[in-house]
Design a protein around this ligand. Structure first.
Ligand code: KG4
Ligand code: ZN
Length: 355
C-alpha cells in the first residue's frame, strides 16, 4: 500500500510517499519561514496561499524522487487538524481532489498523531510501549503509547506550550522570528546561574506543566536590565537570560519525564515535536534514570531509560509523519466525497482514554 501524505497545518508544506512494505520512499518540504519572518509571526492568509502554490510541484517532485507516478498511489493521507483553518483547507482540498480524480480513498490524520509516530521513521524505531513527550509550538504533552492508535494522555501544559514560550521569550529579547532555535543557540554562550527563573509546577505531583509565568519572569528580568543599562541589554546578559530560560524549561521537562516513566513503570521515552530539536533538552532527557518504587525500606537501584528522538528532519512539521500515520491506519480510509477540517481537534478525541 503506497500512501501519499500531505501536511499543511501551519507554515510548512510537506509531501511524502510511504509504503507499508518498503517504508518512506521520498519526502519533500517547503518552509515558509522566510516569508513570515518580516511580519514577526505566521500570517495565516499568506500561509494558505503559499500552500496552494507549493502542493502540486512538491507532489510531482516527490513522485519523481521515488520513481513513481500518480497511478501508483493507493491512498492520500492529509492533516485534518489541528492547525490554521485556511492552511488546513488548502491541504485537505488538494488531497481530496487528487484522491477523487485517482479514484482512491483519503485518510484524515491528526497532526499530533503524526508527531507521536514520527520516531517510527528512524532506522532504529522504539519498541512499544513507551512514554511520548510531544513538545512543539502548540503542544506540550506526555502520552502513554501502548501501540498504534492506543494512546493515553498523562498530562500537559495548562497554558503556553514549551515551543510557544521559547518563541515568545525570544521575541521579547528582540530575536528574529521564529526565535526558539535562535534562543537555544545563544543559550550555549550563557553563563550558568547568572539568572534564576522559576520552575512552574515542578512539584505539582502530577504531569501538568505551566510555562506562561516563566515568560513573565524573563520580561521582569529584561526590564530590570534595560533600566540598568539605559534601555539596552548587553549581549552577554542576553545570552545569560537565554541560558537561564532554557535551563528552567529543560529542568521541568526532564523532571516530569522522569515522573511519567516512574508512574508507568516503562523505561522507553520518545521525544517528538519541534522543541525536540533542542540540544540541551536532548542531553537532559538522554541522561534520565528512574528508581522503581521502593520495596519496603529497601531503596531500589536507578534503572536506565532509553530515550529515542526522531531524526531532526522529522522533529518539526513534515509530510513523512502524515504519510506514515495514514499508512498505519488503513481502516480509516474513506471515499473522497466532501470533507472538513478541524482547526481545533483535541488529541483526546482519538486517544483510548484520558487520565
Ligand atoms: O513541531 P513544530 O515544527 O510545529 C508545531 O508547533 O506543530 O515545532 C515548532 C516549535 C517552535 O516553537 C520552535 O521555536 C521550536 O519548535 N523549536 C525549538 C528549537 N527548534 C525549534 N525550540 C527550542 N530549541 C530549538 N532548537
Ligand atoms: Zn507540529
Amino acid at each position: 500500500m503506497l500512501v501519499l501524505g500531505i501536511e499543511s497545518s501551519c507554515d510548512e508544506t510537506g509531501v511524502a510517499l510511504y509504503s507499508r512494505t518498503h517504508g518512506l520512499l521520498a519526502h519533500r518540504l517547503h518552509t515558509q519561514m522566510a516569508m513570515h519572518a518580516e511580519y514577526g509571526g505566521v500570517v495565516p492568509e499568506l500561509a494558505s496561499r503559499d500552500h496552494i502554490r507549493r502542493l502540486v510541484p512538491l507532489t510531482r517532485a516527490c513522485l519523481a524522487d521515488a520513481g513513481k507516478s500518480h497511478a501508483d498511489i493507493d491512498a492520500v493521507a492529509y492533516t485534518q487538524g489541528p492547525g490554521l483553518g485556511g492552511a488546513l483547507l488548502a491541504g485537505a482540498s488538494y488531497a481530496n481532489a487528487l484522491a477523487f480524480a485517482l479514484g482512491k480513498p483519503v485518510i484524515p490524520v491528526h497532526h499530533l498523531e503524526g508527531h507521536l509516530l514520527s520516531p517510527l521513521l528512524s532506522a532504529d524505531p522504539p519498541p512499544f510501549p513507551f512514554v511520548a513527550l510531544l513538545v512543539s509550538g502548540g503542544h506540550t504533552q506526555f502520552m502513554a503509547v501502548r501501540g498504534i492508535g492506543d494512546y493515553t494522555l498523562l498530562g500537559e501544559s495548562v497554558d503556553d506550550a514549551a515551543g510557544e514560550a521559547f518563541d515568545k521569550t525570544a521575541k521579547l529579547l528582540g530575536l528574529p522570528y521564529p526565535g526558539g532555535a535562535k534562543l537555544a543557540e545563544l543559550a550555549e554562550s550563557g553563563r550558568p546561574g547568572a539568572f534564576d527563573f522559576p520552575r512552574p509546577m515542578l512539584h505539582s505531583h502530577d504531569l501538568q506543566m505551566s510555562f506562561s509565568g516563566l515568560k513573565t519572569a524573563v520580561l521582569t528580568a529584561v526590564e530590570k536590565v534595560r533600566a540598568e543599562y539605559g534601555g539596552s541589554v548587553p549581549e552577554q546578559t542576553r545570552n545569560d537570560i537565554c541560558r537561564a530560560f532554557e535551563d528552567a524549561v529543560t529542568d521541568v521537562l526532564a523532571a516530569k519525564a522522569r515522573k511519567a516513566l516512574a508512574d508507568t513503570g516503562w523505561r522507553t521515552l520518545v521525544v517528538a515535536g519541534g522543541v525536540g530539536a533542542n540540544r540541551k533538552l536532548r542531553r537532559r532527557l538522554s541522561e534520565i534514570t528512574v528508581r522503581a518504587a521502593a520495596k519496603g525500606r529497601l531503596k531500589t537501584p536507578p534503572e536506565a531509560v532509553r530515550t529515542y528522538f526522531p531524526p531532526l528532519e522529522y522533529c518539526t512539521d513534515n509530510g513523512a509523519m502524515i504519510a506514515l500515520a495514514g499508512a498505519m491506519h488503513p481502516e480509516r480510509a474513506q471515499p473522497a466525497q466532501g470533507f472538513d477540517v478541524k482547526p481545533r481537534w483535541p488529541l483526546a478525541e482519538i486517544v483510548s482514554q484520558a487520565v
